[in-house]
Structures are given as C-alpha cells and as structure tokens.
Design a protein around this ligand. Structure first.
Ligand code: RFL
Ligand code: PHB
Length: 402
C-alpha cells in the first residue's frame, strides 16, 4: 500500500468538492480530491440549472466565471402560473437589484475542473472503494483503490492518504455520512409522494423566463439550459417508470399543464435525456464528526422546486474554507467548531423555502379538500401581496451569508 499526505482530503468532485479544493488552493492550503466517476461523467451530469447571485459572484471571485458570464443567461424573474393566471415575480425590483443565472451544473463542474487542474490541482477520478478512518484523531485517513499518482501504476493500487481534515462532499449516496456513528447523527427527513420526470431537448425554450405551474393534473416546470436547449419537468407519482413515457406522451402532457399560449407555441423534439428524480427533504445533523466535515448533498437534500441544492453546497463550502483558513493561519479551531451550526442556520431556511415552494406548486394525492382550498388561497395571496412576493424573491435569489 502506498502512503501519501495532504492537508485536506476531499471526497467527491461535484460542485462542493471542486469548489472547496480550488478555494483552499487560493488560500495556500493543499488538498487531494477523490472522485468515483470518470471526468467525462462528472462533466456531463444533468442536474441543476439555477445559480444564485452569491454563487455567481463567488465563481467570478475565484477566477472560474468567464464562460458563465459569456454563456449563462441572467434572469430577472419567474412566472408563477395557477388558476388560469400568470404572476411574474420580478427579482431586482423586490430584492434591491438581485437576479439569478441560468447555467448548467455540468458546466460549473467543467469550469471548476479546468481551473483546478490549471493550478496544478490533484483530482483522482475513478477512485474506487473509498473509505475513511481515524476521524477522532488529528490524522484522519482515506483509503482508496485507483490509478495512484504515477501513470505507470496499476489501476488497482491501494493508496492511503493521511490528512489533517477530511471533507465529505460525496453527495447523498456517498460514504462520508455513513462513516458517522448512528448514535451521534440526527436525521430529519420528508419523502414526497411524487417525483419529477425531466426531459432535455434541443428546442428553443417556450418562454424566456422559467414558468412554474400548479395545474390540476400536477406541477410542471419550463426551464432551459440555453436559448436553443430546453429542460421541462412534470410531477409524476414517486414510483413512475420512465420507460412508460414516450416523448410524445411527455409533450402531450406538458401542453395540458402549461398556459395555453405557451402550449400553442411549444416546440417539441426528440429527448436527449429523460429521467425521474425523487423529491426529498433531508438534513443530517451535525455536519461534523471529529475531523470529518460534511458539505453539500452529503448532509442535506432539498426538493428541487426552490433551485437551492447546489447553491446550499456552495454556501457550506464558503463557511468551511473560512474555518480551515482561520485554523491554518492562527491555529484557532473556533470557526471549525462553529461550522455545523453556521451551515445549519442557512440550510434550514432553504429547507423551509424548498418545502414551501413544493407545497405551493404541487398537487398532493392525499390532500384534503380543505388543504387544496388553502393552497389556492396562498397562491391568490402571493398574487396580491408585494410582501409575499418579496418573501419568495429574496429566498429564490439567495439569502445573505451570515
Ligand atoms: P454531487 O453533485 O452529488 O457530487 C458528489 C460527487 O461525489 C461523488 N461520489 C464519490 N466519490 C468518491 N467516492 C465515493 N464513495 C463517492 N460517492 C459519491 C459523486 O460521483 C459526485 O461526483 O453533490 P454536491 O457537490 O454536494 O452538489 C449538490 C448538487 O449536485 C445538488 O444539490 C443539485 O444538483 C440540486 N439541484 C439544483 N440545485 C440548485 O442549486 N439549483 C437548481 O436549479 C437545481 N436543480 C437539482 C436540480 C437536482 C436535481 N436532481 C436530479 C435531484 C434539478 C434536479 C432535477
Ligand atoms: C433546472 O433548470 O433544471 C431547474 C430550474 C429551476 C428549478 C429546478 C430545476 O426549481
């Protein structure tokens, strides 16, 4: 077995792990990133599309924002569609000038990988059997199987990395959270009785802004990746089989749920991707165990309705880099000790917002007639109240980092 050393061992090369590694590098702190998938897979993942203003600002500050500023689409509002009417939520007016950016998660990954490798970063793709040890000691360790750092080495070589800290950025299904003993971790969870059936197509978006629709047949969302590539989602039962959905069936159902003028101009085409994503709210507390720190989806999941998941991962990483930088500069662990509480304060606000947006826009199969009437009243209130629209807008563009 080969042994190597680094300051921060990072598991996962999604937005959280890549961003963490790059910001640490800018602070003069070494890291190694271990990723179970190939570089191609990470650069092709189809997930998020909406970046908060703070995420956009951070990408620019760290020198990884050039392509995003050229190719991303700045959006100043969204359309909320319900009861036959459209309500536009205008972000800059309601939030003192803030907006969001449409830019795909795989492009964020691509830009961060490029920036990190250009600065000499160490990212090991296709790392297998990643496991972590000695979390309670001052030298926690990661073991993995992979190519090692010399191209001539066998792909099966086992390497042990001795670290000062380990960052678990390996998403919801990763190994990091599992390494925390059950008796010290608290799980808060809500699983929704529906999922999102998503389709990607090389057709112009039906509208220049996102449309969130509450329809009696279920929720629908019209979003996009560029001016020539669309992304659409339909609420479907949680156990829906994607193979039951031909492209034709998808387009027909979408046209029924979206505003009639949009349905009339919708351009359809072959799907490039089609999949069902389950909807879940999940928080694991605390985000720290010994020298292991969780960030992003490894610690929390939100239903995608509020477009918060990636943005929350970015906020965790900001707090973690500040805490690690303070530790390496002054030897003080105070910020590391406060990391979990600081993240959770923001995570729970985003949880509340994502849960609220989901409740507002979806049709719940088990809803009582009373609950359906209350939902309709809440939508009507949103339409008629600037205070309610401001609450939606300030959460959607992203709450301040405190
Ligand atoms: P990721 O992106 O899941 O990355 C984790 C990485 O860890 C790797 N990994 C391992 N590596 C080594 N060893 C192991 N044992 C490993 N296990 C896993 C994985 O291969 C992967 O590369 O987590 P991260 O970095 O925390 O980022 C979180 C975001 O991916 C997620 O929150 C967002 O995609 C959520 N989300 C959205 N977020 C937004 O902010 N705005 C949006 O518009 C938005 N839209 C969405 C979304 C998520 C969706 N789905 C599919 C759930 C739309 C959808 C449909
Ligand atoms: C997306 O573009 O994939 C997207 C946009 C807004 C959401 C969720 C997903 O709320």
């Amino acid at each position: 077995m080969k042994s190597i050393r680094t300051q921060v061992g990072i598991i996962g090369a999604g937005p959280a792990g890549l961003l963490l590694s790059h910001i640490l590098h800018l602070q003069g702190i070494e890291s190694i990133v271990l990723e179970k998938s190939s570089r191609n897979t990470v650069e092709a993942i189809i997930k998020a599309g909406v970046l908060e203003q703070g995420t956009v600002d951070l990408m620019n500050q760290i020198g990884a924002g050039d392509r995003m500023m050229k190719e991303g689409l700045a959006h100043e509002g969204i359309i909320m569609r319900f009861d036959g009417r459209d309500e536009r939520i205008h972000f800059p007016e309601l939030t003192g000038g803030k907006s969001v950016m449409i830019y795909a998660q795989h492009d964020v990954n691509k830009d961060l990988i490029k920036a990190r490798l250009a600065s000499g970063g160490d990212i090991r793709f296709e790392a297998r059997d990643v496991s972590i040890y000695d979390l309670d000691s001052s030298t926690p360790k990661i073991r993995f199987r992979g190519k090692g750092d010399e191209p001539s080495k066998e792909a099966d070589e086992v390497t042990e990395i001795t670290c000062d800290f380990i960052a678990g950025c390996d998403g919801f299904h990763g190994v990091s959270r599992q390494a925390i003993p059950q008796e010290v971790i608290r799980i808060y969870e809500r699983v929704y009785p529906f999922g999102w059936l998503g389709i990607l197509s090389d057709t112009p978006p039906v509208n220049h802004e996102l449309i969130y629709t509450n329809h009696e047949r279920g929720f629908a969302l019209c979003t996009m990746r560029s001016t020539t590539r669309s992304r659409y989602y339909l609420q479907v039962p949680a156990d829906e089989d994607v193979s039951d959905w031909s492209d034709d069936r998808f387009w027909t159902e979408l046209k029924r749920r979206i505003p009639p003028d949009a349905a009339a101009t919708l351009q359809t085409g072959p799907s490039l991707e089609k999949s069902v994503a389950p909807l879940r709210s999940f928080v694991a507390e605390p985000l720290r165990h010994g020298r292991l720190f969780l960030a992003g989806d490894s610690a929390h999941i939100v239903p995608p309705t509020g477009a918060k998941g990636l943005n929350l991962a970015v906020a965790d990483v900001r707090f973690l880099t500040e805490a690690l930088a303070a530790f390496y500069k002054s030897g003080s662990s105070d910020q590391l000790d406060g990391y979990s509480d600081r993240c959770l304060a923001r995570v729970w606000k985003a949880q509340r917002f994502s849960w609220w947006m989901t409740n507002l826009t979806h049709r719940f199969p088990e809803a009582l007639p009373f609950e359906r009437r209350a939902q309709a009243a809440e939508l009507a209130y949103l339409a008629g109240s600037q205070a309610a629209q401001t609450a939606l807008a300030e959460n959607y563009v992203g709450l301040p980092l405190v």
